[in-house]
Design a protein around this ligand. Structure first.
Ligand SMILES: [Zn+2]
Length: 274
């Protein structure tokens, strides 16, 4: 039997429903959802879905941010080199891997989770970033299972546009570019992955979980009950979804979307592109 750490990684664009998906997959008692690990060293006073702040949380308090010397954020040059090389079909080796504690952090998190949940088989990281995936790919100690989540262009862009940092064109460019990059990257590294559409999750979560379960050899039973009863320690992701997890899961919202924050012209542009 392999003693590698089995890690489920959710890749995708921002505001694609990855937080909801991470909880749904994390409803399985053998999966521990750790949220977006790329934000591990963000603010200590962040709220955890257990109801405590990160520093007072019974899980995260064991992990002092200062103790881990993690790979720094990419410089602009590194970012563009990575993007251009990936688009050209060239792999980038992360030579920094051994200098930093990224692997150690994952191993420590794994150990801590295993101590409280001996049935655990997988940990889940919903970071979405392809750069982070590129780090994880190079750790021989990790066995990766990638889920690639997509959300329809109208809903994803309408959701991005609600945030001050995105105007319509920036959101459109980010959406198109990220998906191009992810597809190229997964192909380049021959990474097998499970494709999931957010809209399908909303329409029939059980069906999508069964699809994931088939690949991961997991059975998803009573996910709604599990989500209601299980305590999660997640300090990142969608605020509304996290709040629902803390208050008590009430089921997946399947309302038909309208996009009041997109103008007629913007909708026309998306019609042409989709
Ligand atoms: Zn917590």
């Amino acid at each position: 039997m392999s003693d590698k750490i089995k890690l489920i990684y959710i890749a995708g664009n921002s505001f694609s429903g990855s937080t909801l998906l991470s909880f749904l997959v994390g409803s399985n008692p053998t999966v521990e959802n750790l949220g977006e690990l790329k934000f591990f060293d963000k603010k200590k006073d962040k709220n955890c879905t257990c109801g405590q702040t990160k520093i007072n949380c019974e899980f995260w308090k064991h992990f002092d941010q200062g103790e881990y010397n993690l790979t720094p954020k990419l410089t602009l040059i590194e970012k563009y080199t990575f993007l251009i090389k990936t688009l050209l079909g060239l792999k980038i080796k992360n030579t920094n891997n051994n200098q930093f504690d990224d692997l150690k952090l994952i191993q420590d998190l794994y150990k801590e989770k295993l101590a409280t949940n001996p049935d655990m088989t997988f940990i889940l990281d919903s970071s979405k970033s392809i750069w982070r995936l590129n780090q994880l790919v190079q750790f021989e100690e990790i066995e990766l299972y990638v889920i690639y989540i997509k959300r329809g262009i109208y809903a994803n862009i309408a959701s991005m546009k609600k945030r001050p940092r995105f105007n319509f064109f920036r959101a459109l460019y980010t959406y198109k570019f990220k998906h191009l990059l992810i597809k190229k990257y997964l192909k380049l590294h021959k990474l097998s992955h499970i494709n999931i559409e957010h809209e399908d999750v909303c329409a029939d979560a059980q069906k999508e979980l069964d699809k994931i379960g088939k690949q991961l050899k997991l059975t998803f039973e009573n996910y709604e009950e599990n989500l209601k009863n299980r305590k999660f320690h997640v300090t990142s992701g969608n605020y509304g979804t996290n709040k629902q997890i803390l208050k008590g899961f009430e089921g997946v919202n399947n309302e038909v979307s309208t996009y009041p924050n997109l103008s007629k012209l913007q909708l026309k542009i998306l019609d042409l592109l989709s």
